[in-house]
Design a protein around this ligand. Structure first.
Ligand code: GLC
Length: 805
């Protein structure tokens, strides 16, 4: 069963049945102002930080039928009172004649028809603005006049999102909501917690006169809140109470009489929910957004932004589900993770425990380089500024205060307080940025380290290059009894938390990959000594990984504090981990023969039709010695679940070894667009990667959760574009190394790179997976497979033939 379908021409997914298994969401705006809107128009909006400056109250755990954050009521006069309907389905849950939620790029557009009224509402944040626009058109599609009222409603939260949930006296005692200004019937309702009255206010207003308003939830619902959101008693009165709130649960509701709408007649209402220092300061903007033409223009500008963002890389392959992900939904999701890291989604609730993750965002950066290199660069700088002087990194930071912390390791004072991998990801991210942009000057930029003096000034700063050197230096010296990197609190797998002294093969491989990157950089910069040093360290770690890490059929994942191998045939649970196998190939530590066997073990023991499990078999029972992994039942999340983030690494490893059939099989089986037909079982959005799918040890095998904010977005995109299609940015050009299914006759890519556009046509007449035979640029054959740089703003035609070499 499906709940909707893709509309690739409009670059939308269209939901046609509002009863989706869980809410399906979309993001609007950016971290500067924005949040997510669900397919019933509930919205969680914040400004700069969901923990410290949250605006709407959206409690994700409440049932789907509940009111969440924002809605709109339609009211029709009937002979015995008023009929009150929700054009967005929630909260009145009417039966619709038509319901479409268009999940677009930076907007949600909901079109519904109920009781003779068509509502068409676009919800978005104009580029760079601090307000959410709801551009609502209602049309009488019946054959008689309708007397219609529109009542947009917002429910506010205290900006300190956690306080809202923890103190039910302090919060309402401080919350104020009243009329800010009324002129010609145009009403601005203003809202703030008392302490912010003079510095920061929220407002709701519209472009049409409101005949009455309400700021107090209790009065709006009526009968001491025994009136409900589905049937607010105040909407049975001709007018709202014009009630301000000096304490209590703050809402903003504006009642607009549209008067009688003749058959076929349309009326447009534009609401704005914004934040400003004061209403006076916001007035010019407020007036601006009351003008329909300005709203139209802003909506077009948003489309232009996305045109530009997406145009840098467009593909045409024989696989439709791949095309729609690579051309639209996957790069869009990468932009979302760039903004929100793992901070705010329907699942990661933004209450402040997380913030921006160091390792997560370093990886996210790599997903947007082809599209938004400048935004990527500024995030890189922020990340580098929470790296410590010893080269390790703070685990996460608050984007507003830039205060960082040690993450979940704080919950276990008995274990080390750092993660062994965090700082190494930034090496990969910076090098990827340099290859994409050619911005060598960035390496010389001074960026502070995290440690501060009493006045909050940085104790030390260093160049970006120095930051990278210290990152690998940290791991070089932070090794255990076997010379392998100590695990710290955890490596990439947050949930395996072993006693101090345990060592991580994952971190060893990530370190190897970081050294490879630094070697390549040093070679490019002509620094022979640095290159030699990296090589020596690389060889040393390679030798250790192969000496201690080979288990006979695959690679181990950890050595416990006492040297016990984990991820071994000898273990009853957690015998084999996918990252244990993919990463020795990515780092180049695995010999081709061991790499092949390790990846075959993944195929045989970890692959399922819905994706590759992170490990198997699952642990069955809580064991504090193993850590977080044992808090899940077998088959869930990191405990034998299909943890999607790790799947693209297996795709990359297969591609590196030339197995394009398997690389593509792994890609296709987790493609969310390909799950559309089984959405009832999959449950999450078919247009965004989820973090996890329950594995085959779990009775609900195939069910996805934690969609949107996952490293899967960045890595699936990199795996597909750089490893399957094989367009890899390099310091001196764009390398072409496809590894595709042998059944493909070819594919095409349009790729903007370093101020030129490459229109690449790949042909596969012999039906092989890999092997570049011939490359032709603008009609001339070139040596090798690296496309030269042009910097001429022109389009260059590239013909590539693959075949037996
Ligand atoms: C979550 C975390 C990520 C971690 C992964 C595996 O996705 O955000 O940092 O690497 O889980 O534990």
């Amino acid at each position: 069963m499906r709940y909707g379908d893709f509309d690739d021409d409009k670059r939308e997914y269209v939901i046609t049945n509002p009863r989706t298994p869980v809410k399906w969401i979309n993001y609007i705006g950016t971290l500067a102002f924005g949040g997510f809107v669900d397919h019933t128009a509930g919205a969680l909006i914040c400004c700069q930080d969901p923990a410290l400056n949250r605006i709407t109250r959206y409690i994700a755990q409440m049932p789907s039928s509940d009111f969440k954050g924002e809605t709109l009521y339609l009211r029709m006069r009937r002979h015995n009172g008023y009929g009150v309907l929700s054009p967005f389905f929630v909260p009145t849950l009417d039966s619709f004649e038509r319901y479409e939620c268009h999940v677009g790029l930076g907007y949600m557009r909901i079109i519904s028809e109920v009781c003779g009224v068509r509502t068409d509402a676009a919800i978005f944040v104009p580029l760079g603005q601090r307000c959410e626009i709801r551009d609502i058109r209602v049309t009488n599609v019946s054959d008689a006049p309708i007397e219609l009222d529109l009542v947009p409603v917002v429910e506010y939260t205290h900006p300190d999102a956690l306080k809202q949930l923890t103190n039910a006296d302090w919060v309402p005692q401080t919350m104020v909501s009243k009329v800010g200004r009324e002129e010609d019937g145009l009403t601005i309702l203003v809202q703030y917690p008392f302490m912010y009255r003079d510095v920061r206010v929220n407002y709701l207003t519209s472009n049409r006169p409101a005949s009455s308003f309400e700021c107090d939830r209790r009065r709006f619902l009526g009968d001491n809140e025994y009136g409900t959101w589905a049937r607010p008693l105040s909407l049975q009165q001709p007018e709202l109470d014009n009630g301000e709130t000096l304490r209590g649960d703050n809402i903003a509701a504006l009642l607009h009489h549209l008067g009688p709408l003749a058959p076929g007649e349309t009326c447009r209402l534009i609401t704005q929910l914004g934040q400003a220092e004061s209403i006076e300061q916001a007035l010019p903007r407020i007036q601006h957004w009351r003008d329909e033409c300005n709203v139209d223009r802003a909506f077009e500008e948003l489309a232009r932004f996305w045109d530009g963002y997406l145009a840098n890389l467009q593909v045409e392959t024989p696989d439709q589900a791949m095309n729609r992900m690579l051309n639209i939904h996957n790069p869009r999701q990468c932009y979302t993770t760039l903004n929100w890291s793992r901070y705010l989604s329907l699942y990661q609730l933004g209450y402040g425990a997380r913030g921006i993750g160091f390792r997560d965002s370093s990886q996210d950066v790599m997903g947007v380089l082809a599209h938004a290199p400048d935004e990527a660069k500024s995030l890189l700088e922020r990340l580098l500024s929470v790296q410590r002087r010893d080269g390790s990194a703070m685990h996460q930071f608050n984007p507003l205060t830039m205060e960082a912390n040690e993450g979940d390791s704080r919950e276990r004072p008995d274990l080390p307080d750092y993660y062994s991998d965090d700082h190494l990801w930034i090496v990969l991210a910076v090098c990827a940025y340099l290859k994409e942009s050619g911005d060598e000057a960035f390496l010389e930029k001074q960026v502070p380290f995290y440690e501060k003096d009493h006045d909050g000034g940085a104790l030390e700063a260093g160049t970006v290059l120095e930051h990278l050197r210290r990152a690998v230096e940290f791991t070089h010296s932070d090794v255990g009894a076997h010379g392998l990197p100590l695990l710290g609190f955890a490596d990439w797998n947050d949930t395996v938390n072993l006693k101090a002294g345990a060592e991580s093969f994952f971190t060893a491989n990530l370190y190897g990959k970081a050294l490879l990157e630094l070697m390549e950089l040093a070679r490019y910069l002509g620094d022979v000594a640095a290159c030699d040093q990296c090589r020596a360290r690389y060889e040393e770690m390679k030798q250790r990984v192969n000496h201690y890490g080979w288990d006979g059929e695959w690679y181990l994942r950890y050595l416990d504090w006492d040297g016990t191998p984990l991820g071994s045939r000898a273990n009853a649970q957690g015998q084999i981990y996918v990252n244990g196998q993919s990463w020795p190939v990515i780092s180049g530590f695995a010999t081709p023969e061991r790499g092949r066997r390790a990846l075959d073990a993944v195929y045989a023991r970890l692959n399922t039709r819905y994706g590759i499990k992170l490990s198997a078999p699952g642990f069955d029972g809580f064991d504090p010695q193993r850590g977080g992994i044992t808090t899940y039942p077998p088959g869930a999340k990191e405990n034998g679940g299909i943890f999607l983030h790790a799947n693209p690494w297996a795709i990359m490893a297969e591609a590196l070894l030339g197995n394009g059939d398997r690389a593509f099989q792994y890609y296709a089986q987790i493609n969310p667009a390909a799950q559309n037909a089984r959405a009832e079982q999959y449950e999450c959005e078919p247009y965004a990667y989820a973090q996890n799918i329950l594995g085959d040890e779990h009775p609900q095998f195939g069910l996805a959760r934690n969609s949107w904010l996952t490293g899967t977005a960045s890595w699936a995109y990199q795996a597909a574009t750089q490893y399957i299609l094989g367009l890899r940015p390099g310091y001196s050009g764009l390398e072409i190394r496809p590894c595709i299914p042998h059944t493909w006759a070819g594919f095409q890519v349009r790729r903007a790179f370093r101020d030129a556009v490459y229109q690449v046509v790949v042909e596969n007449p012999q039906h092989v997976c890999a092997g570049v035979q011939h490359v032709n640029v603008d009609g001339e054959a070139i040596q090798g497979n690296v496309l030269p740089l042009f910097h001429d703003e022109r389009t260059h035609w590239v013909h590539v033939r693959i075949g037996q070499v």
